[in-house]
Design a protein. Sequence first.
Length: 265
Amino acid sequence: MTPAQDGGESPWGAPEWVTVGLIAVSLAVALVLLIVTAGPRTMRGAAVAAPAPPLPAQPTQASLIPPQVPNWQAAVSTRRNAALDVPPTWRVEGPGWVFGYGIPELDVRIAFGGGARYSNALCPGDQSAEHSAIAGIAGSPITDLTAAATDSARLWAFGMFGDDTTPLPVIALSDPVPSTVNSRPAVRVTATVNRTSCSDGRGGVVHALALPGNRGQPIVFIVGAEQGMPGAATDADLQKMLTSARAAGLTPAQCDQGNVVGTWC
């Protein structure tokens, strides 16, 4: 949906705090989303380079902190002082990387940072696709963890598996799953779609994990992937990634001290 190009400032004129859209939209649209006609969708997105906070010279964001999962790599959000681990086959992006989607049907833009991408199972014949799975760290203005996770899972499923020419896809949302992740209370919600626009009939899954952040604004970890084809990022790996969600322990010089929605800075 509504891709942007790499390089320069974010075309949205704001940092990636708009992960879950607008609170007013979230509740008003919830009933409408359940009856929207399904259409074949494809995974689209936008990666833009945003100004990075002051940091020592780093070849990759993965070098900021070690991973918790052996032989994996850490993706770190300097904007939110948060991290999650990803498999070694994923590409971890740098501190200034921002990824997002525009969802014209809802007039909503969503984005995250501190992310990684997986590109080993692209849609056949789709020359514009750069990845079949993504992960990142965002924030929500919705203070309730369950509502923040639900809204995030819904919107990221629309963004990842939608485009600008067909109706929003029909998605199925799981019941919220409360848990404790690295000693913090958390709620996970999963969104699934039965089919994307790939000719091989693959589906898609998005997990959104919300944890309490500063000022009552949740931090939301997003992982999602197309499913059902050889080489796909497995759902087991996606869920394992969420178990590593944690504070990154950055120093004040490394951590963005700005007015960020959903942060541990």
